[in-house]
Design a protein around this ligand. Structure first.
Ligand SMILES: NC(=O)c1ccc[n+]([C@@H]2O[C@H](COP(=O)([O-])OP(=O)(O)OC[C@H]3O[C@@H](n4cnc5c(N)ncnc54)[C@H](O)[C@@H]3O)[C@@H](O)[C@H]2O)c1
Length: 333
């Protein structure tokens, strides 16, 4: 059996990763998904996933130490995805972002070292961990490799609350793994997108505005560039990395996951107008919030060297699938 624990299992990545692991491990799969449903939803997609007898769901708050006795042990892989994510939260409740992300990681690591240290532990950091260095030094190489300075640009700007938890989270995992001699892996996702990604990120927001025919059409940070990695490509990269014996070494590896095609927010909107067959008459260009990073492009050569990974879903195709899902699932909150 391949017993796997996924925290944040009801969230965006957790849901798609679960589907991938069920596909790839077949009857050997035994998945335990943990979530407190504070953002992940008990929607139809997730309910259908839970109908699979290979999947067990535990509704637990990972900032509560009492939750850990429910987890059990014997996991070959632990994917720790649970966190508060989404830019709005960084500004509106930075103290909670810091408390929840850090406490849940520390408690998870304490549980893991005591109960499950034969397994392998994945921590989802973020490209936000080095975004401050891109802004502050303006000198980081682009594409950006893994070993660069991680910087909190301004401790008083709440935008960096989340980045700080990812930066310190990486250090926690590196040093726990070393001190307690267990296998671990840090990944830094770069804008994963697809169905069921919540309603706060740029592609879900564009999808909803297009579905509602919003005109004039606002575009925030129109000239900022990003890359977008379709979720099936992203979770395939995560699973391939975890299954590779090449990532069993100490010190543990940090690996970027992302696509190579840089695109501005304006170009992204234009692409979405094209694939959805609708275009507003007027575009309303807005400034990005303070601290927003102009350009981000990951160097993913390490991921490719370790796993041979290549993206399979084109941006046009991924945007079309994502838009169709959002059109059929408008935000009801
Ligand atoms: N999606 C991306 O492109 C991206 C980019 C960078 C980093 N990440 C990181 O990847 C991870 C997963 O991201 P996602 O996009 O799936 O986010 P998500 O918000 O969809 O999923 C996170 C899940 O964690 C759960 N959770 C939060 N606090 C919890 C707690 N105290 N106890 C139990 N569960 C709790 C939420 O309910 C949610 O379902 C996060 O750590 C995020 O920071 C994601």
């Amino acid at each position: 059996m391949k017993k796997v624990l996924i925290t944040g299992g009801a969230g965006f990545i957790g849901y798609h990763l679960s589907k991938r692991l069920l596909d790839i491990y077949g009857n050997d799969a035994e998945l335990v998904l943990v979530d407190n449903l504070q953002r992940g939803r008990m929607d139809d997609d997730f309910k259908n996933l839970l109908k699979d007898p290979r999947v067990k769901f535990l509704e637990l708050d990972l900032t509560d130490q009492n939750s850990y006795k429910e987890l059990g042990d014997g996991y070959e892989h632990v994917y720790h995805l649970a966190a508060i994510n989404g830019t709005r939260h960084f500004y509106e409740r930075p103290h909670e972002v810091m408390r929840i992300n850090t406490l849940s990681l520390v408690f998870m690591l304490e549980w893991f070292k005591k109960e499950n240290s034969i397994g392998k532990f994945l921590f989802t950091s973020s490209n936000e961990a080095y975004a401050g260095a891109l802004n502050f030094f303006g000198l980081l190489p682009i594409p950006t490799p893994e070993r660069v300075q991680l910087v909190v640009e301004d401790t008083y700007n709440p935008r960096w609350s989340y980045a700080a938890t990812k930066l310190v989270g990486e250090l926690f995992l590196i040093h726990y793994a070393k001190m307690y001699n267990f296998r671990g892996l840090i990944i830094r996702p770069h804008n994963f997108y697809g169905p069921r990604a919540g309603y706060d990120h740029v592609i879900p927001e564009f999808s909803q505005r297009i579905a509602k025919r919003v005109d004039p059409f606002p575009i925030y940070g129109a000239d900022e560039t990003r890359t977008y990695c379709y979720i099936s490509d992203a979770v395939r990269a995560m699973q391939s990395l975890m299954d590779s014996p090449k990532t069993d070494t100490l010190p543990i590896e940090t690996v970027h996951i992302g696509d190579f095609h840089e695109i501005t927010a304006s170009e992204l909107a234009e692409k979405m107008f094209k694939v959805t067959g609708w275009r507003p008459k007027e575009i309303d260009i807005k400034f990005a919030p303070p601290g927003s990073v102009k350009r981000r492009l990951a160097d993913v050569s390490k991921l490719q060297a370790l796993t041979g990974w290549q993206p399979e879903v084109s941006l046009d195709d991924g945007l079309k699938r994502t838009y169709e899902w959002y059109k059929a699932h408008p935000d009801k909150s």
